[in-house]
Design a protein around this ligand. Structure first.
Ligand code: AMP
Ligand code: GLY
Length: 415
């Protein structure tokens, strides 16, 4: 079988690699892919971007199914477009993708279906929003409604900070359309976890949990990023936490999807907060996480191809997903300056790394890899304990070098 993966980051490299490991898969096309998928066994990059190009490619190349990596095409309705052409595609329809695309919609959905989440109010009108801030307990969380590339959530410590953010989002339009509607939400104190899951709309199966490290500097300091590293499973997700998550968040979500008749054959990524008051849902994403995927798929024993095939056929209830009883450490290596300005086009030297390297922001030119993004690549090591796997991951980084590279030294180091 030939399959197509849409996207070009580290997540898509990991998805393509995992799919390619299945004997039934003959070829994984990746659009547009990156330097890593260019080199990966059985994978081939294809330079396509518009939905029309992708649909034509899938039709003309006997593509059995397509997997969508990032949220952008999902929120634009690529799944509906493929399905209109009778092409199989893994991901939610446009209506399902709003769970990630709109914070206001997702909070209303959570409330309607009793998914445990922080208290909130939604505003379209700045005056009313500012008035509300006067009566809030601080800190408070302000969230822009639409997709905002990670810039749409601000924790405000007092009224002045809150008012400034509201003006920035709602009046000055710093996030364009994204901040015209906002959610003001109760601040939750706790530890975050990422739990991916797969659903065919009738059955939902959680993946192994993961712990992202979002800040750019050691000790969770500095600016927010897409993710600087991951430990899976997340050591804070105990059996009790997992049980509460399933009962108070995951199953109510599935019930909501069914009641709303949302056609969802894909991934739901639950961003949760583990607090003293219980387990809360912070957000839905409707795609795999990056870099969560690199760590989580490294532990998946079952074939991802099998899981996707069964999901698309509505047979997820017959599927069991098995996991290695091990720990994965993923460390992301970035270009100096990330998440702000950084240089590109630096040659990457990798000398016999012992662990798996997933390429994110790098392209292949004349048989060498050159940086093309802020998060350049990640190294994933798997071993029996956090300690052993993180040591292996950091040892492998010794074999990687490019100008101005940096990475967090404390991935998986918990107090
Ligand atoms: P979100 O996109 O909703 O996941 O928010 C991005 C980040 O903001 C989360 O990963 C948390 O670190 C933080 N955050 C969001 N909502 C809350 C909340 N209610 N309380 C505390 N932190 C939050
Ligand atoms: N690593 C967080 C995300 O993919 O949204």
């Amino acid at each position: 079988m030939k399959v197509l993966v849409i996207g070009g980051g580290g997540r898509e490299h990991a998805i393509a690699w995992k799919l390619a490991s299945d004997r039934e898969i003959e070829k994984v096309y990746v659009a547009p892919g990156n330097g890593g998928t260019a080199l990966e066994d059985k994978c081939e990059n294809v330079d396509l971007s518009t939905t029309e190009e992708l649909i034509n490619f899938a039709k003309n190349n006997d593509v059995y199914y397509t997997v969508v990596g990032p949220e952008d095409p999902l929120t634009k309705g690529i799944v509906d477009d493929f399905e209109k052409e009778n092409l199989k595609i893994f991901g939610p329809c446009k209506k399902g993708a709003i769970l990630e695309g709109s914070k206001a919609y997702s909070k209303e959905f959570m409330k309607k279906y009793n998914v445990k989440t922080a208290e909130y109010e939604i505003f379209n009108d700045i005056k009313r929003a500012v008035e509300h801030l006067k009566n809030c307990e601080y800190p408070v969380v302000i969230k822009a409604d639409g997709l905002a590339a990670g810039k749409g959530v601000v924790i405000c410590n007092n009224y002045e900070e809150g008012k400034y953010v509201l003006e920035d989002f709602m009046v000055l339009g710093s996030l364009n359309k994204a901040g015209k509607t906002i959610v003001i939400e109760e601040f939750l104190e706790g530890i975050e976890a990422s739990i991916l899951s797969v659903t065919d709309g009738n059955t939902i199966i959680p993946f192994i949990s993961a712990k992202d490290h979002k800040q750019v500097l050691d000790g969770d300091k500095g600016l927010n990023t897409g993710g600087m590293g991951v430990i899976a499973p997340n050591p804070y997700v105990t059996e009790d936490v997992f049980k509460s998550f399933e009962e108070e968040i995951m199953y109510p979500t599935l019930k909501g999807l069914k009641s709303e008749k949302i056609d969802f054959k894909g991934i739901i990524f639950f961003g949760i907060m583990i607090t003293k008051k219980g387990i809360y849902l912070l957000e839905y994403n409707v795609r795999m996480g990056d870099p969560e995927t690199q760590a989580v798929l490294s532990l998946m024993e079952t074939s991802l191809h099998e899981v996707i095939k069964n999901t698309l056929d509505g047979n997820l209830h017959k599927t069991k997903i098995l996991w290695k009883n091990k720990v994965a450490t993923c460390v992301v290596i970035c270009s100096g300056g990330y998440p702000l300005q950084y240089k590109k086009n630096k040659k990457i030297l990798i000398t016999k790394p012992k662990e798996k390297v997933f390429i994110a922001g790098a392209i292949l030119k004349e048989n060498s890899l050159y940086t093309s993004g802020g998060r350049v690549l990640s190294v994933v090591a798997v071993d029996d304990t956090i300690d052993k796997s993180r040591k292996k991951a950091y040892a492998a980084i010794e074999h990687i070098d490019f100008h101005d590279m940096f990475y967090r030294k404390d991935i998986g180091k918990f107090k």
